[in-house]
Each structure stands twice: as C-alpha cells, then as structure tokens.
Write a protein that binds this ligand. Structure first.
Ligand code: W29
Ligand code: MN
Ligand code: MN
Ligand code: MN
Length: 257
C-alpha cells in the first residue's frame, strides 16, 4: 500500500501517541509492580487519549499491551506476576487513533542491579534497529534491513529471531510487506515512498529458535536465553525515512528504566 501526505499526518499523530504511552509508563516500571498493573495504566491512558489499544481481542489476545520479560521473546500476556530487580521487560504498545495504527516497543530495566550481559543485549538490540532504520529510503531492497541487523549483532554472537517479523501497517495492524530481521535475498521488494512498516528485531543471546507456551501466546527462547526487542513504526519518504514513534522526550537514549 502506498500512502499520501495526508496519511503521513495521521500516522504522525498515531505514532506520537504510542510513543507518549511508553514515555508515560516508564516511571511505573519498578520491582514489585505486576505486568497487569502496567497493562491497566497503559489501557486507561490510551482510552483517555480517545484511542483504542490494538492488541485487545486481536486474534483473541486478552490484554491491551504485550509485556515480555527476560527470556520471553514477544507476545507476553500481562499477568499477576510481579517484576523483579534485575529483570528486563519489553512493553509493546499499539494504538488505533482515528483508524490509524501506531506500533512501538521498548526495553525497560527493572530496578538498578541489571546484569551487564542483559544491558549489553538491550543496547545492541536498540543499535541494530536504528542501523536498520538508517538505511531505509526509496529504491533499497527490503532484504537490506535483515542484512544490516545480522551483520551488526553477529559481532556479539547474538542471533535474530526468524519466526516473527516486522510488518506493513497503517489502517491495518498487519499488512504486507513482511519485514524480515535476518538476511534472505528473496525478500527483494524495493522500498517505495509512502510505504509504512515496522522494524521490530528480536535478538537473543543464544540461538534464534523459539517455542510457544501452552497459553497459545507467549513466545520464549528455545534455549532459555535472554531476548530483547525494540520496535518503531517507519514511513518511507522522498529521500529517506521518518520515524513515527520516536519520542521527543527520550530521543535516542535507550534503554528506558
Ligand atoms: C498482542 C497483539 C498480537 C497478537 C498476535 S501478533 C500480536 C502482535 C504483538 C506486537 C506487535 O508489534 C505486533 O506487530 C503484533
Ligand atoms: Mn508492537
Ligand atoms: Mn508490530
Ligand atoms: Mn534517520
């Protein structure tokens, strides 16, 4: 789908709201809070801003945000489980504002004593996402995104999850193209001005393989290694890209704690 300037305005508004929800939740991410409490705080803030949380009832998902802790790769379900000192947690927010989707996620540190290995994974994941975003412009083949991510993370012996990917987005939550976070030369769609999609790499300290828990949602690393993810919603512009979900408050200083 190729969008026009009016659509860019709509996506800027949706993306800005989604980023503001992640800014808002930052101060609540502390040892002892439950992920369900974070869900309630985000849900209410989204509703207060006349928007809708896209995950709620999407394919039957039971909550308004995803919270993925430590070795959970993605789609963690907010629950009564408390966050603990030393945890790393991804909070993934998608809002629907006037029919347009803004989809973004960040890693948060729980408490002050974060293992150095976890910190490095988080910082490398953010840098991998930003390096991929940097190469987005018309004419570039889609597979460059996966290539840039893998070329960078392999220096750390990390792996990029292959079973879940980024996606086209706009009036729909998920549409084409699939944005692979690993190199596959068959993914040779050419980027064009007016394309909207997410880049949301999931990086593991161990192997890339994942498994699905019995709740039908929670994705975990197969080898129980740590996993980290960041996500931005991007638009392809005349000569480059625009990040719709960047927050003016915390611009480029990850990770959030
Ligand atoms: C919880 C929403 C959901 C349900 C099935 S896939 C999915 C999801 C979660 C986070 C995302 O960034 C995304 O693009 C999709
Ligand atoms: Mn998301
Ligand atoms: Mn997404
Ligand atoms: Mn840029």
């Amino acid at each position: 789908i190729i969008h026009n300037e009016e659509d860019f305005v709509s996506m800027r508004n949706a993306g800005k709201l989604a980023a503001s929800i992640l800014d808002f939740i930052t101060e609540f991410v502390k040892p002892g809070i439950t992920t369900d409490e974070l869900n309630t705080l985000c849900h209410n803030k989204i509703i207060e801003n006349n928007a809708i949380p896209a995950p709620l009832n999407y394919k039957g998902f039971p909550k308004s945000i995803c919270t993925s802790v430590n070795h959970v790769v993605c789609h963690g379900i907010p629950s009564e489980k408390k966050l603990n000192e030393g945890d790393i947690v991804n909070i993934d927010v998608t809002v629907i504002l006037d029919g347009w989707h803004g989809d973004t996620s960040r890693m948060y540190y729980v408490g002050k004593k974060i293992p150095i290995k976890a910190k490095r994974l988080v910082e490398v994941t953010y840098e991998a996402m930003m390096r991929a975003i940097e190469i987005v412009k018309p004419g570039v083949p889609l597979f460059e995104i996966g290539r840039v991510i893998e070329d960078y993370i392999k220096n750390f012996n990390y792996s990029s999850v292959r079973e879940y990917c980024g996606h086209g987005i706009g009036r729909d939550f998920h549409t084409s193209p699939s944005v692979l976070h690993y190199y596959d030369k068959r993914n040779n769609i050419e980027l064009k001005k007016g394309m909207f999609f997410t880049i949301e790499p999931m990086i593991n300290t161990g192997i890339w393989k994942t498994k699905l828990l019995n709740d039908g949602w929670t994705v975990v690393t197969k080898d129980n290694s740590l996993s980290s993810q960041f996500e931005h919603t991007i638009g392809v512009t005349d000569n480059g890209h625009e990040i719709f979900t960047q927050s003016p408050k915390n611009l480029d200083n990850p990770p959030y704690s």
